[in-house]
Design a protein around this ligand. Structure first.
Ligand SMILES: [Fe+2]
Length: 298
């Protein structure tokens, strides 16, 4: 069944199996999304573990996902990044090395690479054309996971490259929205824009009411248990930042004031250097893995 009220090709009769993997160190939820008709699957927003104080990288969270897929004999076709994350490092190349699949992100990654290429004073060997990724999606692009058709919706605002991926009756919103009692993500990173974020949230809320929505983060506001799944109808009725008739102007004012009070994410410096390279760790001139800290650069 396609939904003629949406500008995007939707298929609400497709019900992918969705498994969330919560990472308590960064409050990130990674997903395995499986086509019940073919055993093909995708991984969305994987996490590589880092002990930043020690400069140590490990793969417990990614290994859990690899073991989960391997045990079921599923075939990994895609590793999707909803955006360049600033609070955790992607494990996409690590998982790709174990299970295959293509790494995809929004085509505006090039803007993020331009911006942060300057901030980290990257040399000319750092390509700003998105070529580190296997696929760059633009608004409305479709791709398949087994027999399922997925569609990428450009939902900028939190970052310029943010995409929401709609797979059957499930939408993976990245940091465009949080659970209704969490509201929305910040829009003050370089290239972020509160007005654009409001418009992108409206795009998500224009999806069918029954669409399942899956968050990239949850912080358990007011002491509740961690949750990551809701629906368009629930967000429309209860989101504390954009529901209940709040206007675009209200949202921009609120978001701008709130963002001014927020500290930088603890892992923003390593995250951006790795994630703008599709999850590869940069190397120094001798080829050793090495991260930089730009002093007063952010
Ligand atoms: Fe984010």
């Amino acid at each position: 069944m396609s939904d003629s009220t949406s500008a995007y090709p939707l298929s609400l009769s497709t019900h992918p199996e969705v498994h969330g993997f919560f990472d308590p160190a960064t409050n990130t939820i990674s997903y395995v999304v499986r086509d019940p008709a073919s055993d093909a699957c995708a991984v969305i927003d994987s996490v590589m573990d880092i002990d930043y104080a020690a400069g140590r990288i490990t793969y417990e969270h990614a290994d859990e996902i690899v073991a989960f897929i391997t045990a079921r004999g599923w075939r990994l076709e895609w590793l999707i990044e909803t955006h360049v994350h600033a609070d955790h490092l992607s494990a996409a190349p690590y998982i790709q090395g174990k299970l295959g699949g293509k790494i995809g992100i929004g085509e505006r990654i090039t803007l993020v690479q331009e911006t942060f290429g300057k901030i980290f004073n990257e040399g000319t060997e750092f390509q700003r054309d998105g070529s580190q990724f296997d696929a760059l999606f633009k608004d409305g692009d479709t791709y398949s996971i087994g027999s399922m058709q997925a569609v990428a919706m450009h939902t900028p605002g939190h970052t310029p490259a943010c995409m929401t991926h709609v797979i059957g009756d499930a939408a993976f919103v990245g940091d465009t929205l949080f659970m209704p009692d969490g509201g929305s993500a910040r829009a003050d990173f370089p290239g972020g824009d509160a007005g654009e974020l409001y418009d992108s949230i409206q795009k998500v809320l224009a999806l069918p009411d029954t669409m399942r929505l899956f968050m990239c983060h949850d912080y358990g506001p007011n002491g509740r248990d961690i949750r990551w799944e809701t629906t368009v109808a629930d967000e429309k009725a209860h989101n504390i930042h954009v529901g209940q008739g709040k206007t675009r102007e209200d949202f921009i004012r609120f978001r701008t004031e709130r963002d001014a009070t927020l500290a930088m994410p603890k892992l923003i410096i390593p995250s951006l250097q790795v994630n703008m390279r599709a999850g590869e760790i940069p190397t120094d001139t001798s080829g050793r893995p090495m991260l930089k800290v730009p002093v007063n650069g952010l």
